[in-house]
Write a protein that binds this ligand. Structure first.
Ligand SMILES: *Cc1c(COP(=O)(O)O)cnc(C)c1O
Length: 454
């Protein structure tokens, strides 16, 4: 398996060698030396393909640019790393990355009025419309990561000293976006089930109003939080936000692109998603969507004039610094989008697989799930203090025994050395892979004589 992965990369790189010759040739076609280089290149590709087919050969290329390893994690392993699962590229995205990797490749046919989301060839404008429909929001922009979406909104709405409500499970990037804007975060506490409730949010708003004499400038809530992968009542929280007339930002970093998200139905003024976390896109990518009410503010255009030149820059948007995602990042995001749209409709199946895995884990005596259960998401926090950690306590490799056993079975992405509380994500694994994964855990349990129930 690993040999074939290796040879596949070598073949891809050898084809790139040929592509390089073509790039150096004149538009009229390759000269004699270049023809020879192409022939030699083709012979090299053939030889590699023979090895690939036969499963033979030793690694001939191990580095890119002398220092970068070939990353074969998604080909040679099952990867359960919590933040990587749904950002894995689709096949089409990988093709787009090959074809559009050059710098400003998005800009081949950029015409007046010169803004990324207006480009029609490739169909970037249409993609923006699709994306807005997908989220059921009025206006959408692509941004370099969910964090840049928070930042654009906070920078627009938050003045110095303004309180901003987030949850006790908020992502650090929400804190930083508020901090950058000069605001102050105020956290809503959690219920016993580690959920953020509308009531607790209302209480926090009341507290903030009492203590500061002002309304919060913004409420940001994680649809699914990164610590437990719990699904929070964001529609209920949005309703509370609107009762107090506070704009509501839905943080869909763990939901947009994996499960259906209807911004209007939730009552969001802003929806933020992460391309590299949940939309099978390269980093850095994400989306920021707004309602028609808020779009003119967050997507306001420049009003600045140069004092010497008198220059103005038309419809360039201030928060986006004009244009955002360029080249292979955006084109790969677009190439993944049809699959991403379709896969959100199969979310139930992903949840079933998540529960299948968790149920198997729970069958290993002493194991617990710290996330809400049954699972409603594929990201889960588990506690194996009563199971695998009992082995780690006397094992010479300590907590690393589990990583060793998993990687022997081709499973990577667990927090190396952790045998107490740790997170994993089963998103995108097929049933065949899920059964294999679950089987690996029970096999390891049995090897170390941990009781496994049926
Ligand atoms: C990963 C994550 C983010 C950050 O997303 P980026 O796209 O990397 O900026 C924000 N919020 C939550 C809840 C996350 O899990």
């Amino acid at each position: 398996m690993k040999e074939q992965v290796q040879k596949t990369f070598e073949a891809l790189f050898a084809l790139e060698d040929i592509r390089e010759v073509l790039r150096e040739a004149l538009p009229t076609g390759p000269g004699p030396d270049e023809e020879r280089a192409i022939r030699e290149g083709v012979a090299r590709v053939r030889a590699i393909l023979d090895d690939l087919e036969a499963g033979t050969g030793t690694p001939a290329v191990t580095k890119i640019a002398g220092s970068l390893d070939i990353r074969n994690r998604e080909e040679a392993y099952i990867n359960i790393q919590p933040i990587q699962a749904a950002g894995r590229l689709t096949l089409e995205a990988r093709k787009a990355l090959i074809a559009y990797g050059d710098g400003y490749s998005t800009c081949d046919a950029c015409r007046k009025p010169f803004r990324l989301d207006k480009i029609t060839k490739p169909p970037i404008a249409a993609f923006h419309e699709d994306l807005a429909r997908f989220l059921n929001m009025d206006t959408v922009r692509v941004v370099p990561g969910a964090r840049r979406g928070f930042q654009a909104v906070a920078s627009t709405l938050v003045e110095k000293g303004d309180p901003v409500i987030v949850s006790a499970l908020a992502h650090y990037t929400e804190f930083l976006a508020v901090e950058a804007a000069g605001g102050v975060v105020r956290e809503v506490g959690l219920s016993k089930q580690n959920l953020v409730t509308p009531d607790a949010t209302a209480e926090k708003i009341e507290d903030v109003r009492r203590e500061t004499g002002r309304n919060p400038a913004l409420i940001m809530m994680d649809h699914v939080d990164y610590q437990f992968g719990n699904v929070h009542d964001v529609a209920g929280i949005a309703k509370v936000a609107h009762q107090y007339d506070v704009p509501f930002l839905l943080n869909g970093a763990y939901t947009v692109g994996v499960m259906p998200v209807d911004g209007k139905a939730i009552g969001a003024d802003f929806v933020v998603g992460s391309g590299h976390k949940s939309m099978a896109s390269p980093a850095p990518s994400g989306v920021l969507a707004a309602t028609a009410e808020w779009a003119p503010r967050v997507f306001r255009t420049t009003a600045m004039t140069g004092d010497v030149t008198g220059r103005t820059f038309g419809i360039k948007e201030v928060e986006n610094l004009g244009c955002t995602l360029m080249g292979g990042t955006l084109l790969s995001m677009m190439a993944s989008f049809p699959t991403v749209k379709e896969r959100t409709l199969r979310w139930d199946e992903e949840v079933k697989k998540s529960n299948y895995f968790i149920d198997t884990l729970l069958s290993i005596a002493g194991s617990r799930v710290l996330s809400e259960y049954p699972r409603k998401h594929t990201l889960s926090k588990i506690d194996t203090t009563g199971s695998f950690d009992t082995v780690a306590r006397t094992h010479k490799r300590r907590g690393f025994f589990l990583s060793d056993e998993l990687s022997k079975r081709g499973i990577v992405g667990e927090f190396a050395g952790a045998t107490r509380t740790w997170k994993l994500n089963t998103y995108g694994l097929s049933w065949k892979q899920i059964r294999y994964l679950a089987g690996a855990f029970t096999e390891i349990a049995e090897k170390y004589e941990l009781p496994v129930t049926e």
